[in-house]
Write a protein that binds this ligand. Structure first.
Ligand code: PNS
Length: 177
């Protein structure tokens, strides 16, 4: 049977538990999975490309068939360069679908041989996005459970020591009946 090399492209700023879940699922169905971090000079990221790459490498070190790389320019050019025939993307909710469909069809137009495969992360991660994680962390809220422990620590390191980080949200006392 033909060996299938898939790429899992994204910004991963930062990697979340949803990304890790998808990598795990992808590692089980593809012979090789390349987690490809976009080097986007236009975006002002929270983590540098090197920091994101390092985090992903640590998170995937135990997979024999997963490696991490970076790319710029068109994703289809990168896919051809690494001999990948498949793109893995995660779909969390129906709201992701429109953008993902558009991107998949554009990539098909650019490179008809490249197939996009969508996978769903576990439902407990379906509301997590890197953007929301950054927002919660910046505002001092708790991100444990949303990102792996090492990402939680690196997020902490992004703020000055006075920043209130990972503050638990006090629960409202229940009224006794
Ligand atoms: O994690 P993200 O930000 O949703 O990932 C988006 C990504 C990196 C997959 C997409 O922006 C991309 O592939 N960019 C590379 C440029 C490109 O190929 N653009 C045309 C896509 S239709």
């Amino acid at each position: 049977m033909k060996r299938v090399i898939a790429i899992y492209p994204g910004s991963f700023d930062p990697p979340t538990n949803g990304h890790v879940d998808l990598i795990d699922r992808g590692s089980k169905i593809f012979n090789e999975l390349i987690v490809a971090v976009l080097r986007n000079p236009e975006k002002e990221p929270m983590f540098s490309v090197t920091e994101r790459r390092n985090m992903l490498e640590e998170l995937t070190a135990h997979y024999k068939n997963v490696r991490v790389d970076t790319f710029d320019g068109l994703m289809v050019h990168y896919a051809v360069q690494v001999k990948s025939t498949c793109v893995l993307r995660g779909i969390r909710a129906i709201s992701d679908y429109e953008y993902e469909l558009q991107m998949a069809l554009m990539n098909r137009k650019l490179c008809p041989e490249l197939e996009t495969v969508f996978m769903m992360p576990a439902d407990k991660y379906s509301y997590i996005s890197s953007r929301l994680v950054r927002e919660v962390a910046k505002a001092g809220g708790p991100v444990n459970g949303l990102v792996p422990e090492l990402v939680d620590q690196r997020l902490h390191g992004k703020f000055d020591p006075a920043h209130r980080f990972n503050q638990p949200i006090p629960s409202k006392p229940r009224r006794s009946k």
